[in-house]
Design a protein around this ligand. Structure first.
Ligand SMILES: [Zn+2]
Length: 58
């Protein structure tokens, strides 16, 4: 499963492992490209982050 590479992310603020809050799909309105988006949340310091990987990246 290609999501495995982004299942874990360390918080840049406190260094704790961030939780995957949700996954969805976003699109760039300029070129219509689709992205798999993973949203992370640090429960310790309430920092949020997200990673968007192009759909055609394998
Ligand atoms: Zn944190």
């Amino acid at each position: 499963m290609r999501y495995n590479i982004i299942e874990e992310m360390k918080c840049p603020i406190c260094g704790q492992e961030m939780k995957v809050e949700r996954k969805d799909v976003s699109s760039d309105s300029r070129n219509g490209k689709k992205y798999d988006r993973t949203v992370f949340h640090c429960e310790k310091c309430d920092t949020w982050g997200n990673i968007e990987v192009p759909k055609d990246a394998s």
